[in-house]
Ligand binder design. Structure first.
Ligand code: K7E
Ligand code: CUA
Length: 659
C-alpha cells in the first residue's frame, strides 16, 4: 500500500503542476483535472434545498440500508433491516421482534449486500427497495413510502445468499442463489449430516426465484438444483433478454478446502443463463418436486396495526435441469467471475472476471443462436455448456486489474471497477475500446449510476464504492468508515467531484431521481386507522390492566406528556408491557419512551403508531420513564414515574395523569 500511496501522491503533485500551468497561462480549468471550485459547485446543495437523487447504500456487515442524498453525499437516513437498531427499537419492540425470526431462531444481525429498486417496464419505479442478507439467507423488502422494512423472507437450501436481490424488469421475481453449495435437505440425506469429503456427490447449488405480488408479498416460487459450484452474482435480462437471468459461478472445480488455490485452477468458470419464464411455466404446471425446505416469511401486518407476523413454510419446489429441458445453459467465462451485468439494451452480458485480464462480453443473440444450433462443448450435471467463441460479443482488452462490477450510462458506455488497480474504466459497448479511466481511492468493489442496471440509466453521476479508506479522512483508529467517491460522467472524461464516508460496507447501492420517491411520502399514520390490538385511541382510554403476573399499560403520548404518567401497583417479577400510542397527527413528531432498568432499547413511536416495550422490573423502588426525542419546548417535562413494590406487596394497580 505504501508504494501505492507514494505513486498516488506523486501523480497528484504532477496534477497540481499541470493545473498551476493552466492557471499561470490564464487558461480555464475545464480540462481533465478540473478545479476544486468547479467540483464544489457541482456537488453543492444549498441549505434548505434538496438533492437530485436518493442513494440507497447497503450497510454490509451493519445489516442496514443507508440513505444518502446525491450529489451532496449527505447521509440523510438509515433504514434498519437485518440488524436490531436500538435507535428506534427495531427488533427490540414486541411489534418488530418477529421480523428477526428464522429457522435458526432469533437472529439479530445480518450481512446486507445488494439493494435493488423495484422496476416497472425496466425502469426504477420508487415503490420498494429489496436487499439480500448473505449469512442467514434472507431477502428484505422496504417500502419507499415510509422507509421501513415491510417483509423479510428466508431462503431455504441456501448458504450465503449473495447473488441477490436482483429484480426482473417488472419485478415479477427477485433472484437469489446459494453462494456456498450445501447438502440439500432431502430425506435421503438425513437432514444434511454428511461428510464434507462427499462434496462432489452430495453438495448442490440452488438458484431461487422469489415471486413478488402486486402488493409486494414475497414467496419462494421455485428453486433450480445446480451443480455444487459457488454462485456469486446475478442480474436479470431485459429487452430482448427479458425472461432470462444470469448468475456467475466460481469454484467449478468443486473444491471444499483452500478455495483460494483449489477453486482458481480452471481457466474458465461459468455464467448460468436461466430461462426463468420457462421455469415459471414448469413450476405453474406442478413440475419438479416438493422437498423439505423450512423457511420463515416475516411481514409487518398493516391490517393488524403494524404488528409483525411470522409464518413457517415447510416445503419448496425444486426443478432439476436433468429432467426439465431448456432451463439452464452454462456460458464459459474467464476466470472466477464475480459481477454479471446486463447492458440497458439487454443485448450484452458483461462479466467481471476478477482473475481475468480481459472483460468478456457475451451477446444474447449469439447465445440464442448457439442454443438453437446445439453448439455445445460439453455439459455439467445435464446442463449444456455453450461454446465460448460462439457466444462472445468480444473482450475488453486492458480493462485494469481485478475487474469486479459494471454499470451503464444509457449512452452506449460501460464503467467497470478494477479492484486491484484502483480505477474506474470506461469502455464502449460496441467497439469494446477503453475510452477513459480514472483513479479512485482505494480498491472499488461495486459502482453505482442511478438506474445504471436498469433499462433507463440517469447517466450523470457515478459513485465508486471503495473498500479501503486509509488516508482519505481524519483517522479514527484502526477502523474507518468506507469511502465513496462521486464522479461526473456527463462529459467524455470522468471527473472526480467528491469523497464521502459511508457507514458499514456499502457493497452495492442504487440511485433514483428524487421526484420518483419524495411525492409519495407518508408523513404520519392515521390514528383512526390504527388497528393495533393494544391501541389507545385517546387519553380517556389510557389505563393499566393486571392479568396475573402480566401487566398491560395502555399509554398515550402527545406534546408534552404521557397518559398515564404515574403508575403504582407494579411488582417485582411482573411482566410489564408498555403499549405506547403516539396520538400526534403531524409530520416528524415521534415521541420516545425509555424506562430505567429495562434490558431493552428505547421505543421511538411515529405519529399514529403503537409500539410495545417489554419490561421485567427486578428491584423495588420508584423509577422514572421519559421521552428521548426532543419533541417540544417542554420535552424535558415529558416524563413519569412507575412505583415497583416487592413481589409479595398488596399495593393495588392505580394510575393517572395530573391527579
Ligand atoms: Cu462485489 Cu457482495 Cu456484490 Cu461486495 S459484492 S464488492
Ligand atoms: Cu416527546 Cu420529547
Amino acid at each position: 500500500m505504501m508504494i501505492k500511496l507514494i505513486k498516488k501522491s506523486w501523480l497528484w503533485s504532477l496534477a497540481a503542476i499541470v493545473l498551476l500551468g493552466f492557471i499561470s497561462m490564464g487558461c480555464s480549468s475545464n480540462g481533465e483535472f478540473g478545479s476544486s471550485a468547479d467540483a464544489a459547485e457541482k456537488v453543492y446543495v444549498a441549505p434548505g434545498e434538496y438533492d437530485e437523487f436518493y442513494g440507497f447504500f447497503s450497510g454490509g456487515y451493519n445489516g442496514q440500508l443507508g440513505v444518502y442524498g446525491l450529489p451532496s453525499g449527505r447521509h440523510i437516513f438509515t433504514i434498519p433491516v437485518f440488524s436490531q437498531a436500538a435507535v428506534s427499537g427495531w427488533g427490540y419492540s414486541e411489534e418488530t421482534k418477529p421480523m428477526f425470526q428464522t429457522t435458526d431462531g432469533f437472529v439479530p444481525w445480518g450481512d446486507a449486500h445488494h439493494p435493488e429498486l423495484s422496476q416497472t417496464n425496466g425502469e426504477t419505479d420508487g415503490r420498494w427497495v429489496f436487499i439480500n442478507e448473505n449469512n442467514t439467507p434472507r431477502i428484505a423488502r422496504i417500502g419507499l413510502d415510509d422507509f421501513k422494512t415491510q417483509e423479510i423472507i428466508e431462503i431455504p437450501n441456501s448458504a450465503g445468499n449473495h447473488a441477490s436481490s436482483f429484480v426482473t424488469p417488472n419485478t415479477e421475481y427477485v433472484s437469489a442463489a446459494t453462494r456456498f453449495s450445501v447438502p440439500m435437505d432431502e430425506e435421503e440425506l438425513q437432514n444434511m449430516d454428511v461428510s464434507i469429503d462427499s462434496y462432489k456427490e452430495n453438495f448442490h447449488g440452488t438458484l431461487s426465484f422469489i415471486k413478488v405480488s402486486d402488493e409486494g408479498a414475497m414467496s419462494v416460487d421455485f428453486q433450480i438444483r445446480m451443480p455444487g459450484f459457488n454462485y456469486d452474482l446475478s442480474h436479470a435480462g431485459k429487452g430482448p433478454s427479458d425472461g432470462w437471468s444470469f448468475f456467475t459461478s466460481y469454484n467449478s472445480e468443486q473444491a471444499h478446502t483452500l478455495l483460494e488455490i483449489n477453486a482458481s485452477k480452471n481457466d474458465k468458470d461459468y455464467i448460468a443463463a436461466v430461462n426463468w419464464r420457462k421455469a415459471a411455466e414448469y413450476a405453474a404446471e406442478g413440475r419438479g418436486k416438493m422437498i423439505p425446505g423450512e423457511h420463515y416469511r416475516n411481514y409487518i401486518d398493516h391490517e393488524e396495526g403494524g404488528v409483525a407476523k411470522s409464518e413457517l413454510i415447510e416445503e419448496v419446489r425444486v426443478l432439476d435441469p436433468r429432467e426439465l429441458e431448456g432451463l439452464v445453459y452454462f456460458l464459459p467465462t474467464p476466470k472466477s467471475p464475480h459481477g454479471v451485468d446486463v447492458d440497458p439494451s439487454g443485448r450484452y452480458i458483461a462479466a467481471g472476471g476478477k482473475l481475468s485480464t480481459v472483460i468478456p462480453v457475451h451477446s444474447f443473440a449469439k447465445i440464442q443462436q448457439a442454443i438453437e444450433d446445439e453448439d455445445f462443448e460439453g455439459e455439467e450435471m445435464g446442463i449444456p455448456v455453450l461454446n465460448y467463441n460462439s457466444i462472445l460479443h468480444g473482450e475488453v482488452q486492458n480493462p485494469g486489474l481485478g475487474p469486479l462490477h459494471t454499470e451503464f450510462d444509457g449512452k452506449g458506455n460501460a464503467y467497470t471497477t478494477a479492484f486491484i488497480s484502483s480505477e474506474i474504466v470506461k469502455w464502449d459497448l460496441e467497439t469494446l475500446e477503453v475510452e477513459d479511466r480514472i483513479d479512485v481511492y482505494y480498491s472499488p468493489g461495486h459502482l453505482m449510476i442511478p438506474g445504471g442496471d436498469s433499462q433507463k440509466p440517469d447517466g450523470k453521476y457515478l459513485v465508486a464504492l471503495n473498500k479501503i479508506t486509509k488516508d482519505r479522512y481524519l483517522p479514527t483508529g484502526p477502523e474507518m468508515f468506507h469511502s465513496a467517491q462521486l464522479i461526473d460522467i456527463s462529459g467524455d472524461k470522468m471527473e472526480l467531484l467528491l469523497d464521502f464516508p459511508t457507514e458499514g460496507e456499502p457493497h452495492y447501492a442504487q440511485g433514483i431521481a428524487a421526484e420518483k420517491v419524495m411525492d409519495n411520502q407518508k408523513r404520519f399514520y392515521e390514528i383512526a386507522d390504527n388497528a393495533h390490538p393494544y391501541v389507545t385511541q385517546g387519553e380517556k382510554e389510557a389505563r393499566v390492566e393486571r392479568d396475573g403476573n402480566t401487566v398491560h399499560v395502555y399509554m398515550t403520548t402527545i406534546r408534552s406528556h404521557y397518559a398515564p404518567d404515574n403508575i403504582e401497583g407494579i411488582k417485582v417479577g411482573d411482566e410489564v408491557y408498555f403499549h405506547v400510542t403516539n396520538l400526534e397527527q403531524d409530520w416528524d413528531v415521534p415521541h420516545g419512551f425509555a424506562v430505567k432498568g429495562a434490558n431493552n432499547a428505547e421505543l421511538l413511536i411515529m405519529p399514529g403508531e403503537t409500539l410495545t416495550l417489554k419490561w421485567e422490573p427486578k428491584k423495588a423502588g420508584v423509577v422514572p420513564f421519559y421521552c428521548t426525542d426532543f419533541c417540544s419546548a417542554l420535552h424535558q417535562e415529558m416524563s413519569g414515574y412507575v412505583r415497583v413494590s416487592p413481589a409479595d406487596s398488596d399495593v393495588e394497580i392505580s394510575y393517572g395523569t395530573g391527579q
